[in-house]
Design a protein around this ligand. Structure first.
Ligand code: ZN
Ligand code: ZN
Length: 355
């Protein structure tokens, strides 16, 4: 949570620079981050010297309980834009890049003389560096996911479908206190493991197949994200080589960061170079990693095109993968926390798990 007065202070620069007399925060994760509100409908309206939380009658009681230090304004029988037109009538209103074109058109019906100015990532940039409390919640989401995965392993055997394993894993995580899965669980077996986003299907697992699991859960709003690979039988020489390439790429990225590299695109390149040496570069098509927090994918983005930097307090994944079309794929994904030193948050070992 951020105090309203502190928020005004932090956004003063951008509001002055863009000449805004008000700034509307509408993306719900950003609203939650600022106010602590866990409902699904609410806004933060920032002006030069105050910031207000706005919701409708469904959420007023909840907001008063959750949004400590915030003035809660109940919007009743009116659209937000109508209320703004009648009260503050902003000349230049900042909106986030997430506002839909449809919402913007609707707002213009009431705010006819207002100039709308899109601002990018104002709250996302504040969210990059995690507080101790946020870190605790991420660690708990990770702990639940890891414990659940360990329990799931006894059920991974030939004849079981990917979908059943995904459901079991979700069930285990929910039973241990997760609010939700942080994304649709990926269980991809055999040739399907070469699909980087092979969401669990009805396919039944066969003997001697590799099975890739990419999963995570949500604890008090915060996400976890892990990828591990299981082999039903003995790991082949080629599978071992691909795994080694992936692990070496991950290690090289980690070492670069430990040696002070902070450019996300250069960290990505470091990992890619290792895969090139193994001849697997063309089989790695996604970014090396991403920030994790209230959203499963957030800043910083570790990819070739990213302009982000790693900053103190950020939590992110490193997840190189090699996908041999029609054959198999291996990805290992770990979570890290940067605070002076780089701390690996994931505690599961990275070896292919032979069952
Ligand atoms: Zn993942
Ligand atoms: Zn990920």
């Amino acid at each position: 949570m951020v105090k309203p007065s502190e928020l005004c202070g932090r956004l003063k620069g951008i509001m002055e620079e863009k000449g805004l007399d008000a700034l509307l925060i509408s993306k719900i994760e950003n609203v939650r981050y600022l106010t602590g509100f866990t409902g699904t409908s609410g806004f933060v309206l920032v002006r030069e010297d105050n910031a207000l939380f706005i919701t409708d009658p469904r959420y007023t009681q909840q907001a008063k309980r959750e949004c400590e230090g915030w003035e809660v304004f109940e919007l009743k029988g009116k659209r937000l834009s109508q209320w703004m037109a009648e009260t503050i009538a902003p000349k230049r209103l900042g909106v986030e890049q997430w506002l839909t074109l449809g919402s913007l058109e609707r707002m213009k019906e009431h705010l006819k003389d207002t100039v709308f100015v899109v601002v990018f990532d104002v709250v996302e940039n504040m969210r990059v560096s995690k507080t101790e409390d946020e870190l605790k919640m991420i660690k708990e989401a990770l702990r639940i996911a890891e414990e659940s995965f360990k329990e799931l392993l006894s059920l991974v055997k030939p004849g079981v479908s990917e979908r059943d394993l995904a459901l079991e894993l979700e069930w285990l995580m929910r039973k241990k206190g997760a609010e939700a899965v942080s994304f649709s669980i990926i269980v991809a077996s055999g040739a399907r493991s070469a699909l980087p986003h092979g969401v669990a299907s009805g396919k039944v697992i066969e003997p001697e197949e590799l099975v890739l699991f990419d999963f995570g859960c949500v604890h008090r709003g915060y996400c976890s994200d892990i990828t591990r690979v299981v082999k039903l039988g003995k790991v082949s020489r080629e599978e071992k080589r691909v795994w080694q390439a992936v692990v070496d790429a991950s290690r090289a990225a980690v070492e670069a960061i430990e040696n002070g590299e902070r450019s996300c695109s250069r960290v990505h390149k470091t990992a890619e170079e290792v895969l090139s040496k193994y001849g697997y570069n063309e089989y790695f098509g996604h970014g090396l990693g991403h920030g994790v927090g209230l959203e499963i994918h957030e800043k910083p983005s570790l990819s070739l095109l990213s302009e982000d930097s790693l900053v103190d307090g950020c939590v992110f994944t490193v997840e190189p993968g090699v996908y041999l079309p029609g054959r198999f794929g291996i990805r290992i994904e770990d979570m890290f926390y940067l605070k002076g030193d780089l701390v690996r948050l994931t505690s599961l070992h990275s070896e292919i798990i032979e069952l």
